[in-house]
Design a protein around this ligand. Structure first.
Ligand SMILES: [Zn+2]
Ligand SMILES: [Zn+2]
Ligand SMILES: [Zn+2]
Ligand SMILES: [Zn+2]
Ligand SMILES: [Zn+2]
Length: 476
């Protein structure tokens, strides 16, 4: 499954180079050259633009064709409100409908489906926070001979440069929304604050190298002498001081908050597993088992292969557990060996205590057919977890219902996570219909151990989403 990184999104917003992702935050336009064709993407220089042209050419030329089509653009422009709105639902509806229409128009002109990157160019086009009009819509309206030109041009927020307003009047309405607490974010964090964090995350990526990261991570997720509950804790409380002390005197020192977010991103599923086990069990007997078995549905095999070592946080925080056994499933089976098994690389301390993480990647079967047909291999797990579960549900709702019904029937302790409040709420209703008796602390609520690196919502003027950010539902 494709998920753009913070760097991809900044590039799609035209705020970093679309080729090398470099940002130049020193000047107003960040010292970047804007593509003169579509006026959407930006580049460091001609070399970067040339290098990206193969990827950008088709969508660039297509966007120019759309913009020249006065009939199509004036029809699209008519769908936007003239006056500033503060009703986010209305703005989101208009904004999503417009992006869908743009994608459909471009696909018709190109006679093919757009790539994910091309869709990002449309989804993340700068748009007014108060009327949802995009940069292109504002340009075309200004150029329409019969329409009164308001002279409006989209202007970025002076602080974060990542959110936009079309005129002073619209900014005066939008400012409260932009600088006030955002529903999707913890505490009083605003859209403006979160935007600035995204820029810091991109800066941090530049100092990060994968090899350093693994050892750094092992130092952060320090081995605990005894299990201590995660309820009531935040990421900052759990890993903040470890990050700060491990980063002291290293290249990471200037980037402690971004580094904490990066670790949360890697370790989110591991901590979500611990948090869910804590809430699905009474007492701490589960932390005293020598072996824990986890079944997990993942969206793509890469999710696992790229970051297998992150699950070691479970061994470090629940020190009596010696063996962690994972069974990974894809939403749909793929051809190949029925099961691939391997052991994860672990830190020296765990190795000396003969601990281990053993993984089975069940290729050919869905979770249901594995449970039904491989009775000799199936072990009742301590936890079933589906991350990004509602995306899977949107692709194949019938299959999703069958999975939930099976988990309920087998009394398998289960937890489902997703990206946003909206997805959590709709998914929760389906889970109840399937007979799940949901545990309130794991259902339709924000996950304190979700990925802190949140991305702005596609196609919308406001809001953020992240993997594991919300619990859809948990039951046992
Ligand atoms: Zn560049
Ligand atoms: Zn272009
Ligand atoms: Zn506006
Ligand atoms: Zn701002
Ligand atoms: Zn270890």
């Amino acid at each position: 499954m494709y998920l753009p990184t913070s760097a991809d999104i900044l590039a799609a917003l035209g705020l970093s180079c679309s080729h090398c992702h470099k940002m130049n935050s020193s000047s107003e336009e960040r010292g970047l050259l804007r593509c003169s064709g579509c006026r959407r993407l930006a580049y460091c220089n001609n070399e970067c633009q040339k290098a990206d042209w193969r990827n950008h050419k088709a969508i660039c030329q297509t966007l120019q064709l759309v913009e020249k089509d006065i009939e199509a653009t004036s029809e699209m422009a008519a769908a936007f409100p003239e006056a500033a709105q503060n009703d986010l639902k209305t703005l989101d509806r208009i904004s999503v409908a417009h992006a869908d229409q743009m994608v459909a128009l471009c696909e018709k002109l190109l006679q093919r489906s757009l790539t994910s990157r091309e869709i990002d160019v449309i989804s993340y086009e700068p748009k007014c926070l108060a009327c949802a009009r995009t940069d292109m819509i504002l340009r075309t309206k200004a150029h329409m001979p019969e329409a009164e030109s308001t002279g409006a041009v989209i202007t970025p927020c002076e602080r974060c440069k990542m959110s936009f307003g079309c005129c002073d009047e619209h900014w005066s309405v939008a400012r409260a929304l932009h600088q006030g607490p955002c529903d999707d974010l913890p505490g009083t964090v605003s859209q403006c604050d979160k935007n600035l964090e995204m820029c810091a995350d991109v800066d941090y990526s530049a100092v990060l190298t994968a090899a350093q990261e693994k050892h750094f991570m092992w130092r952060i997720i320090q081995r605990q002498a005894t299990w201590s509950p995660l309820t009531g804790c935040t990421w900052k409380e759990v890993i903040g001081s470890d990050v700060a002390s491990a980063a002291a005197g290293t290249a990471f020192e200037r980037h402690v908050p971004a580094c904490t977010r990066r670790i949360s991103s890697l370790a989110s599923t591991a901590f979500t597993i611990l948090y869910a086990l804590e809430h699905l069990n009474t007492g701490v007997a589960w932390t005293e088992k020598s072996e824990l078995t986890i079944n997990m549905i993942i969206a793509s095999p890469l999710d696992f292969f790229e970051a297998g070592y992150v699950y070691e946080a479970i061994l470090h925080r629940a020190p009596k557990v010696k063996k962690l056994v994972f069974y990974f499933f894809l939403p749909k089976g793929v051809p190949g060996e029925i099961s691939q098994a391997w052991a994860s690389e672990i830190c020296g301390d765990c190795a000396s205590k003969t601990k281990g993480i053993f993984n089975h990647f069940v290729m050919t079967r869905t979770f249901e057919s594995f449970v039904h047909n491989e009775a000799e291999l199936f072990v009742q797990p301590d936890l079933f977890i589906a991350t990004s579960s509602t995306i899977i549900a949107e692709h194949d709702p019938a299959q999703w219902r069958r999975t939930i019904a099976l988990l309920v029937a087998r009394r398998i302790p289960s937890v489902f996570t997703t990206f946003s409040r909206r997805l959590a709420e709709s998914g929760q209703a389906v889970m109840r219909e399937c007979g799940a008796e949901l545990v309130p602390s794991l259902s339709g609520v924000r996950n304190p151990f979700g990925d802190m690196k949140m991305n702005p919502n596609f196609d919308k003027v406001h809001g953020f989403h992240a993997p594991n950010a919300w619990f859809v539902g948990g039951f046992r």
